[in-house]
Design a protein around this ligand. Structure first.
Ligand code: SF4
Length: 380
């Protein structure tokens, strides 16, 4: 099988066997994994399709016109997604992020949002329901998503310069339309809004300062993401990684920054606030964040699981195999209690800490050679 084989073939590797349901470690009655990390954050990919071809996620030469996307009948339908999400909430999940591919391409996504927004935690709390989008359809959909019950959005935007943006996402889509989507989301009250910029050295690092200037003082939190070796197709190399420390130095040289506390356990971003003349955080200017999976791994409190579009559960962004929950969902004899017990057993066996091991063993170690699942398949 040559390197350019369409990855989806890879993802049809047989799923991992479902573990036996045995009693195991819990905290407050909820499962914790082998590193005692709770399961509080579920990312649900609702489509493996996207209208962008970001080079770090869905390179055009692989995800081309002959690419075999998942047939619709293999995707989890909204009822199945809502049912399994309900079971995850019962087992500790408090935050659900809808991802893709590009989630707004999934037809009638508002219906799913409405169903998920109606879920409640065992103590009656609403979930933190959010969505990551490339912003291309946001201007049209922001209000209907808000009305359906979505609380927040995160928008991916890798530059303000159209030519640079095009080099990152490999399609002819104007930055202005993504900015219009962000404005529509702000107007609809889908906030606090976060904007994620993947920094790829040699392609868009010159956009760091223009982006910081643009979003400073707008209430929108701009985060810079280190270019990652996700999947098996983006041709990743360490030379194209710009360490977050360098990003912070670049901004700090023009707009002084001060470190801020993490907003929540398991938060992936390191927060930096814009400083006033006294060197204190000036909330009116806001903050930026850096997500440093390559140079400052944050596996220690990683509380995230990922559900693929066809119902496979992945325990790490860099995993190569997942657990097929769809077969259970489509088994009429399977009860929610049995689903919950299976999820517990899977999570308890989790030992994933890819980024931490990569930083210990180095990017060229054997660790990095496995056929990792594509980010476009399980969401970032
Ligand atoms: S590398 Fe895996 S375990 Fe580590 S933070 Fe990322 S998803 Fe979590």
């Amino acid at each position: 099988m040559s390197e350019r084989v369409i990855p989806l073939v890879d993802q049809r590797h047989p799923s991992l066997p479902l573990p036996p349901v045995v009693a195991g470690q819990t905290r407050h009655g909820l499962p914790v994994d082998a590193l005692r990390r709770p399961l509080t954050d579920l990312r649900i990919s609702v489509t493996d399709r996207c209208n962008f071809r970001c080079s770090y996620c869905m390179p055009k030469e692989v995800f081309d016109k002959d690419y075999a996307y998942l047939p619709h009948h293999q995707l989890l339908n909204f009822e199945e997604i809502t049912r399994i999400a309900g079971v995850f909430v019962e087992r500790g999940v408090r935050k659900i992020r809808l991802t893709g591919g590009e989630p707004l391409l999934r037809k009638n996504i508002e219906i799913l949002v409405e169903q998920l927004a109606a879920l409640r935690t065992p103590d009656g709390q609403a979930l933190d329901l959010t969505l990551t989008t490339n912003g291309s359809l946001l201007a049209r959909k922001a209000q209907s998503l808000k009305d359906a019950g979505l609380q927040r959005v995160t928008v991916s935007l890798d530059g303000l310069d159209d030519a640079v943006f095009r080099r990152m996402n490999d399609v002819d889509f104007p930055v202005a339309d993504v900015l219009a989507g962000i404005e529509a989301a702000q107007a609809a009250g889908l906030g606090p809004i976060k904007v994620n910029m993947v920094v790829k050295r040699g392609t868009n690092e010159k956009e760091i300062l223009p982006m910081a200037r643009y979003f400073r003082g707008t209430g929108i939190v701009l985060r810079f993401i280190e270019y990652m070796d996700v999947g098996a197709t983006n041709g990743w190399c360490m030379d194209e990684v710009m360490p977050s420390a360098e990003v912070i130095r670049t901004i700090n040289a023009e707009m002084p920054l001060v470190p801020l506390e993490a907003a929540a356990p398991g938060e992936t971003a390191e927060r930096w606030g814009y400083a006033n003349a006294q060197g204190q955080h000036d909330p009116s200017c806001g903050e930026v964040g850096v997500i440093s999976s390559v140079t400052q791994a944050f596996c220690g409190d990683c509380n995230r699981a990922r559900l693929s579009t066809e119902g496979r559960l992945y325990l790490c962004l860099f995993a190569s195999q997942g657990y097929d929950l769809r077969q259970l969902l489509r088994d009429p004899a399977q009860t929610d209690a049995q689903l919950a017990a299976t999820i517990d057993a899977i999570w308890r066996g989790r030992t994933d800490q890819y980024s931490r091991l990569r930083s210990l063993q180095g990017p060229d170690s054997a660790l990095g050679q496995g056929k990792r699942v594509e980010m476009s398949y399980i969401g970032g």
